[in-house]
Design a protein around this ligand. Structure first.
Ligand SMILES: [Zn+2]
Length: 214
């Protein structure tokens, strides 16, 4: 089976995403890229994460052409492949509908640096307007909002997208940005938190992305 290791990671991290309470049902999606082979493994469309087998995971080129797998790839595959095409060093992408990140996305609130764990993404987490799910336009808008150094983006009225040098870091970002989104929501309800200054966040921006590098 080609891309066996990456397919197994997709299965493993789909379950981890559910166990962390970052998504519900079949929503959200996970992919892993092998830069040496120039191929990505992505979860199948509409399948329960606890039932996915490695052979159900679909293998695509970064251009979106199917190479292996009988299932249909996740409808959001453009959201994943654009990072493998355009951002060297990214080999893991996760998309969730976690509650507080999605609450902020429904408010069109970019997340401000109320806690230093924002640095898992960068100095903030931008929020794009609503763009129809499953379209290349959504992928391009998210990619443009993240630039070449952010690791997370809120999708207006939809959810959260995170990336990493490996899939473990992408999951860490999804978990930590959900945490910061929860704090940000609480502070806004309480009248507004005190933002950290860029120089207070920068040491963590420098440190965090190396935490999970292989
Ligand atoms: Zn979604």
């Amino acid at each position: 089976m080609i891309l066996q290791e990456e397919r197994e990671l997709v299965v493993e991290y789909g379950i981890k995403m559910c166990e962390l309470g970052l998504t519900s049902g079949t929503f959200g999606n996970v992919s892993v890229y092998n830069p040496d082979r120039g191929l990505m493994a992505i979860c199948p469309s509409g399948m329960d994460y606890y039932r996915i087998l490695p052979e159900d995971v679909v293998v695509l080129t970064p251009d979106g052409e199917k190479v292996d797998g009988t299932a249909k790839p996740s409808s959001e595959y453009d959201l994943h492949r654009i990072f493998y095409q355009m951002r060297p060093g990214i080999t893991g992408v996760i998309h969730t509908h976690s509650i507080f990140a999605t609450t902020c996305a429904c408010m069109h609130w970019s997340i401000e640096p109320v806690h230093y764990n924002i640095a898992y993404s960068g100095h903030d987490v931008p929020c794009i307007p609503f763009v129809r799910p499953g379209t290349y336009e959504l992928a391009q808008t998210v990619f443009d909002a993240m630039g070449d150094d952010r690791f997370a983006c809120l999708l207006g009225n939809h959810g959260l997208l995170t990336v990493g040098a490996d899939i473990a870091y992408a999951l860490d970002v999804a978990e930590q940005i959900e945490y910061v989104a929860h704090l940000y929501y609480n502070t806004r309800l309480a009248g507004g938190g005190k933002n950290l200054a860029p120089e207070q966040v920068q040491p963590f921006v420098d440190a965090y992305p190396s935490y999970r590098k292989k």
